[in-house]
Design a protein around this ligand. Structure first.
Ligand code: 6R9
Length: 633
């Protein structure tokens, strides 16, 4: 599945465009199927309807686990590094991971889980999180992992939307010096959720928790029950290639987060293929992805992709800056990591601590580096290259999205010539296209526009859970017959792609996608707020910061306290990741005569670029803008 030279890449790429079905069929033949497909692809972007490998039968966990046992049963699948560097690490071989997944799959069955059920997972970054995910897939239940930083309200919204009947959680989690009471947050969420019958609770932090009779059970007790049955086997449920594998919620420009749906066959082929090819993974290499399984990066490139390839993955529970800003480098040294895949925000944050934290660390094991989540700016690119890669490691800057399932535009390590700041070229099977506002293709090189994809790829989303129309309008209706990414993009003279950021009302804060509408809704729930508008502004470390303009007419003296109250509200309603960095109280928002907020102007003010506000002739009340400019933070 790996191309070995740039010439070969160009050949393979051409084939993947001219004969996409033949191309993907050849790739799919590298995986284990219980029955092969009747048809490789059936599609239209109008409805949309996308079906890959229709009629094929498989279970992704047989590809992640069983398939490796005979030859590589003793190969480490997961090396787990705890939050506290003094706590023991854990290693799970493929055989051990297989056995634990089967055991827990039996626990799920004992607790009433069946194929097609939706199961919410809200857990710390411990091996049991990967085990829970794979156990769901083993029995054909659809997992919906919710990142451990989301609030009770956000969890409740997600559980209700998917009508989950089981929740898997832990007593609490450790992140740096913080302890998050996961079970208690789940208890708050479940007050609103009638569909949940069972909560399975892993012991991690030994925080006291309240266990509800008949509903809550301990992970460890349930394992004991199946151990006494000596049950380390659990037959893998036979799944159709187009059966749902998981739902993952992500923010968009409007309304509540939507449940992006991925299916078994195409997602497996796509994540396995892209992992193997882009990182040129070789057996025996140690791979470390610093993401959380709560995000798509963790799903595709900690769990599924690497496991289908029999890779050894480091899984880290903590944060890069605790106990100090050398933590990631210590982990690289400790496990002799060969491939390090991280995010620009982490790189910039560690960069800001100066060279002392990298001095004396042993990076000699590293051969390949990767980045994901937001544009990797040139300064960070060079620092990563020089200080970490010692000028010897290709930087694989992977552009992709929750919706795309896997890498789309990305260098292939040691194959694609690199350019700092560029995601470079589309991987085989990916057909990007730039369009102008009217959807007209912008052909040629040295151009920029909105990034679309014109042909399906196996890892793409199939629907948004429970609301197919929303999937159509969000991704396939802006430009007919194209998948619209929401990103702006430049294609330079060499045909290289550089992603310039979102062109919709989605912020990217430390690599986390946050809808401005969601934050506004949360702010507006505060009792003294009349209305608000949220925009992004450039932030040295986070990439973007959250800037909120808030109308609060009856503000008393203590405006600082009100700011804190508003921040607290956002944390409670969404989660701390969406908390505004700046709040400016204003007497009104700049609006058009038809009542639309002119975000373009607010964005400029937030960026500090007030000299050139562009056309303000449609403003209802220009005086408001002067006031906002004067009070800008
Ligand atoms: C995988 C992931 C998707 C959005 C995407 C884009 C931004 C991701 C990027 C990048 C520039 C990269 N993005 N990778 N921008 N260069 N290498 O992050 O998924 O959380 O859904 O975010 O992130 O704006 O549209 P997700």
């Amino acid at each position: 599945m790996q191309v070995k030279s740039f010439e070969e890449y160009q050949q393979v790429y051409r084939k993947s465009v001219e004969q996409p079905e033949q191309f993907w069929e050849d790739i799919a033949n590298n995986f284990l199927w219980k029955k092969k497909w009747d048809k490789v692809l059936d599609w239209n972007f109008k409805e949309p309807r996308i079906e890959w490998f229709k009629g094929a039968k498989l279970n992704i966990t047989e590809n992640c686990l069983d398939r490796h046992l005979e030859k590589n049963g003793d190969t480490p699948a997961i090396i787990w590094e705890p939050n506290d560097p003094h706590e023991d690490h854990r290693i799970l071989t493929y055989q051990q991971l297989h056995d634990k997944v089967c055991q827990f799959a039996n626990v799920l069955k004992n607790n009433g889980a069946k194929k097609g059920d939706r199961i919410c997972i809200y857990m710390p970054m411990v091996p049991e999180l990967a085990i829970a995910v794979l156990a769901c897939a083993r029995i054909g239940a659809i997992h919906s992992v919710v990142f451990g930083g989301f609030s009770a309200q956000s969890i409740a919204d997600r559980i209700k939307d998917a009508e989950c009947n089981i929740v898997i959680t832990a007593d609490g989690s450790f992140r740096g010096t913080k302890e998050v009471p996961l079970k208690s947050i789940i208890d708050d969420a479940l007050v609103q959720c009638q569909s949940v019958q069972k909560v399975i609770v892993l012991t991690r932090s030994h925080t006291p928790v309240s266990m509800i009779k008949g509903r809550d059970v301990w992970w460890e007790d349930e394992i004991k029950k199946v151990e006494t049955q000596r049950n380390m086997e659990c037959p893998a449920e036979e799944m159709d290639a187009e059966d749902m594998l998981f739902i993952l919620y992500t923010s968009g420009s409007t309304g509540k987060p939507k449940g992006v749906v991925h299916t078994c066959g195409g997602y497996m082929v796509y994540t396995g293929y892209t992992f193997s090819n882009a990182f040129q993974y070789q057996p025996g290499e140690v791979y470390f992805c610093t993401a959380d399984i709560g995000w798509i990066t963790g799903h595709s490139y900690i769990a599924y992709g690497p496991l289908t390839q029999g890779a050894t993955s480091v899984m880290f529970e903590g944060i890069p800056t605790w106990p100090n800003a050398g933590r990631l480098w210590d982990i690289v040294e400790k496990y002799k990591v060969n491939i390090l895949y991280t995010a620009p925000t982490a790189i910039r944050s560690l960069m800001s601590f100066g060279d002392d934290v990298v001095k004396g660390k042993d990076f000699s094991s590293l051969t390949k580096l990767g980045s994901v989540g937001e544009p990797l700016n040139e300064e960070a690119w060079h620092w990563f290259d020089e200080k970490i890669g010692k000028g010897n490691c290709p930087i694989v800057d992977t552009w992709w999205q929750t919706e795309t399932g896997g890498f789309m535009i990305s260098p292939i390590a040691n194959v694609t010539p690199l350019k700092p700041g560029y995601a470079t070229l589309p991987l085989p099977g990916v057909q990007p296209l730039l369009v102008d506002e009217n959807g007209k293709e912008i052909a040629g090189n040295g151009v920029s526009g909105n990034l679309c994809i014109k042909f399906p790829w196996p890892g793409m989303l199939r629907t948004t859970y429970g609301d197919h129309e929303r999937c159509r309008t969000t991704y396939f209706a802006t430009y007919p017959n194209l998948y619209f990414t929401g990103d702006g993009c430049l294609r330079d003279e060499d045909g290289y792609y550089r992603i310039t950021g979102r062109v919709d009302d989605v912020l990217n804060v430390s690599g986390h996608r946050i809808g401005t509408a969601e934050v506004e809704n949360a702010i507006n729930m505060h009792s003294s707020v009349v209305e608000s508008a949220v925009v992004g502004y450039p932030h040295d470390i986070k990439g973007q910061g959250v800037y909120a303009f808030v109308v609060c007419p009856n503000l008393h003296d203590d405006s600082e306290l009100t700011k804190k109250d508003i921040m607290m509200s956002v944390s409670r309603i969404i989660g701390a990741i969406a908390r505004p960095d700046k709040i400016q109280f204003v007497s009104g928002l700049p609006k058009t005569r038809s009542g639309k907020i002119m975000r373009r102007i607010l964005r400029k003010i937030a960026e500090g670029d007030t000299a050139n506000l562009g056309d303000t002739s449609t403003l209802l009340d220009p005086a408001v803008v002067e006031e906002i400019k004067a009070g800008a933070l």
